[in-house]
Design a binder for this molecule. Structure first.
Ligand code: ATP
Length: 309
């Protein structure tokens, strides 16, 4: 056991710069090839010593989320305790939500990753990284990436990661919709569209995205980015077409649906342009809010915060 009484971990949202979806596997998942990038929109998870597991949710994006044992943060703590064979150790978790829920930004996965790391530190377990990664993959396809952050190629369900090194700064705008989209429903719509059209006709090109990232070439990245889930997300939320138009008219190099949506993500030439695009999209009234973010930030990390955060 460590003598730490309280651990705070900050964890980023992710975007998929490229999301290529393969056929449906026998286990019900699709084989993916994706390029993840972590962006500086963070949830904050605090873990304090306690009897049993409990969870409190707060922050501007916590509305509608349930603070029970179905929450991914709680499930992460329970899984780690079980794996460590320490079922009697406890934690009071507090999650401050700034990452919008069901937005395609993997906020739930982020909280799971943060809770794993926070509990590992609080309980002084020193779980080896490979074991934490394996537990993360059991919790969800995007949880391993949330632990690692930065930029990576993901395969399998997205849990097998190879880091991609890039020296350039990437500035994005996230346009967050007024409603969520459920990831399974977007995949179901993709399967329906593919069946109707006689097979996969999508064109996400992860190889070209990897090359553009390694070269630090924003223009090539804008040309290569793509998401096989976009047409399915647009079928379920047709209003997103207006958000995409608003971003491109505001000067984005390119725009697309983020992951399973309904957030839209836009690439900007630089930070100042990203901020002005965010203002213009917000003024267009086509989303709930728009925010400029920086890409390629670290994954879940312990943070030092004032006591009341
Ligand atoms: P996915 O990670 O499945 O692609 P997403 O990024 O679109 O989804 P999330 O915010 O991760 O969306 O939420 C997906 C669902 O997970 C939510 O509808 C919610 O019911 C559930 N969930 C469980 N725990 C959390 C959490 N801590 N934060 C957000 N959602 C959670």
């Amino acid at each position: 056991m460590s003598d730490q009484q309280r651990i705070t971990v900050r964890v980023p949202a992710k975007i998929n710069i490229s999301l290529a979806i393969g056929p449906l596997r026998a286990d019900g998942f699709h084989e993916l090839t994706t390029v993840f990038q972590a962006v500086d929109l963070y949830d904050v998870v605090t873990a304090e010593r306690a009897e049993g597991i409990s969870l409190a949710l707060q922050g501007p994006e916590a509305t509608g989320l349930v603070a029970d044992d179905t929450n991914l943060a709680w499930r992460a703590a329970a899984l780690l305790a079980e794996a460590a064979d320490r079922s009697r150790i406890g934690v009071a978790l507090r999650v401050s939500k700034f990452i919008p829920v069901a937005a395609g930004l993997a906020g739930g996965s982020a909280d799971a990753a943060a809770a794993l790391l926070a509990c590992d530190l609080l309980w002084g377990l020193g779980t080896p990284r490979a074991e934490l990664d394996a537990l993360a993959a059991r919790l969800g396809s995007d949880v391993t990436f949330a632990l690692h952050g930065h930029t990576a190629l993901g395969t399998g369900r997205g849990e097998h990661l190879s880091p991609i090194s890039t020296a350039a700064e990437f500035h994005w705008v996230l346009a967050v919709a007024g409603r969520g989209l459920s990831t399974p429903s977007v995949y179901r719509e993709l399967d329906r569209q593919r069946e109707a059209s006689g097979g996969p006709a999508d064109g996400a090109a992860p190889d070209r995205v990897v090359a553009a990232l390694q070269a630090g070439d924003c223009t090539a990245l804008a040309d290569a980015m793509g998401n096989d889930l976009q047409s399915a997300a647009l079928a379920l939320a047709p209003e997103l077409a207006r958000t995409l138009e608003a971003g491109v008219s505001a000067g984005a190099l390119a725009g697309m649906v983020a992951g399973s949506g309904p957030t839209c993500v836009f690439l900007a030439r630089d930070r100042a342009t990203a901020q002005s695009i965010a203002r213009d999209i917000q003024a267009s009234g086509t989303c709930r809010f728009a925010v400029a973010v920086l890409g390629n930030v670290a994954g879940a990390r312990p943070a030092t915060l004032p006591a009341d955060q």
